[in-house]
Design a protein around this ligand. Structure first.
Ligand code: CA
Length: 330
């Protein structure tokens, strides 16, 4: 079996606050014996569980990296029971250029788990995280947002799992995060996702979608920051009272949630995020992008609920996800 080429520059099991890198050798034109340096902080106090907190799985999503930079620079080991492992920019090469996928190998980190020790750069990073960091963790939080091409209502999410005991723990952790919305999430295709890997190792897992458009807002960062603290209190790692504002529970019951476009065009939103829509109601129109004087095509909700996500750029390509409808739980 091939050993991971990734080596941490700090101890992962020592008391105190340690800030360093996961160093991955990456030989290339501009640095023959160079490395990819992925920032990692490990803050460890007394006895207790381990939390693994990750951001930058996709390189154009910012709430997680901001909240985790804040946490890494301010968490005091004396305040902690257990250990917090923080990776604010998991796919550092993608993060460095503000793109979803790595510019080195095109790797979408959230589609290449469990990774390979002898694979591409993205696969090697994923493999180290899956085989070295996840096994250390009791609870894992992976921050996402919509990136440059999607925008979301801010929610934390848990998946429906075969192990109902594990699912209940994930739901409890999602509720503890206390985002404005909490989602029982359906994935379009969960193969290769970090989520799937962490859940398959039996861990408590929470993910998020906290905004999008390739930037962040003061409000979305506040949700991310509060959520991390609440989650660490929930896990028994931090002392203190959680800050709870209440969360609206949402479901994605089946594939009718997703509205995909079968045409390219100029996007005219008909409703905005958070709007209530009825089954059959147009959520957007697509005008021709290449001629004038022709009518638009309507894209309609396939079930009733809240507009929870939307395509962000003003132009739509064939096959794009234009909107997501989720249903508030009765
Ligand atoms: Ca994402």
């Amino acid at each position: 079996m091939t050993v991971s080429p990734v080596s941490p520059t700090i101890p992962l099991d020592a008391k105190g606050a340690h800030h360093g890198f996961l160093r991955l050798p990456h030989s290339r034109d501009d640095s023959a014996w160079g490395s990819v340096m992925i920032p990692i902080s490990v803050i460890s106090g007394g006895q207790g569980p381990t939390a693994l907190l990750t951001g930058g799985n996709h390189g154009d999503e910012y709430e997680g990296p901001i909240a985790l930079q804040d946490l890494a620079s301010t968490l005091d080991p004396a305040m902690i029971n257990g250990r917090v492992i923080i990776l604010p920019m998991m796919n550092l090469p993608a993060f460095a250029v503000g793109r979803r996928c790595s510019p080195i190998d095109g790797g979408n980190m959230n589609r290449c788990f469990p990774g390979r020790p002898d694979g591409t750069v993205t696969q090697k990073i994923a493999h180290f995280i899956a085989t070295e960091l996840v096994p250390m963790a009791d609870i894992v939080l992976d921050y996402h947002s919509g990136g440059r091409t999607l925008d979301f209502l801010p929610f934390a999410a848990a998946h429906i799992l075969p192990d109902k005991g594990q699912e209940a723990k994930c739901v409890a952790a999602m509720k503890a995060f206390d985002a404005p919305y909490s989602m029982q999430m359906l994935e379009i295709d969960n193969v290769g996702m970090f989520d799937t890997e962490v859940e398959s190792q039996g861990k408590v897992f929470v993910t998020t979608e906290l905004g999008g458009g390739g930037t962040s807002t003061a409000a979305s960062v506040a949700v991310a920051r509060k959520g991390a603290r609440n989650l660490l209190i929930h896990a028994g790692i931090l002392e203190g009272a959680p800050e709870t504002a209440g969360s609206v529970m949402l479901d994605m019951p089946d594939a009718r949630c997703f509205v995909f476009s079968e045409h390219p065009g100029l996007l005219e939103p008909m409703v905005d995020l958070g709007a209530t829509v009825e089954e059959g109601q147009p959520i957007a129109r697509l005008w021709p992008a290449d001629r004038s004087g022709a009518p638009p095509r309507q894209l309609c909700a396939r079930l009733s609920g809240l507009l929870t996500a939307r395509h962000f750029p003003g132009l739509v390509a064939m096959g794009d996800c234009v909107g997501v409808i989720a249903q508030p739980r009765a």
